[in-house]
Ligand binder design. Structure first.
Ligand SMILES: [Zn+2]
Length: 91
């Protein structure tokens, strides 16, 4: 997904920006306006919807299991997120 082929009515420059906001959103750190913009993007952007689902599952697992969560899994997901932010077209 590039900035050129998007057709949703938000003002993110690209998905990397949306994914960055997603991290704040999952921590409930976005303002209502920012959260609404992010949700609008996610609803219109399947790749970001997949990322949102993955991160929600991770947050849920951490909430349920606390310190029992395998930290290597957390580290791997964080690394994957960093990769996506560095190159939004990466698979
Ligand atoms: Zn997106």
């Amino acid at each position: 997904m590039t900035a050129d082929d998007r057709d949703w009515a938000d003002d993110y420059r690209d998905c990397a920006e949306a994914l960055r906001d997603l991290q704040f959103h999952l921590d409930a750190e976005l303002s209502p306006d920012e959260a609404a913009r992010l949700v609008a993007h996610i609803e219109a952007c399947p790749p970001c919807a997949v990322e949102e689902d993955d991160f929600r599952r991770l947050k849920e697992a951490i909430r349920r299991h606390g310190s029992a969560v395998d930290q290597t899994v957390v580290a791997r997901l964080r690394a994957r997120c960093d990769d996506l932010l560095a190159d939004p077209t990466a698979d």
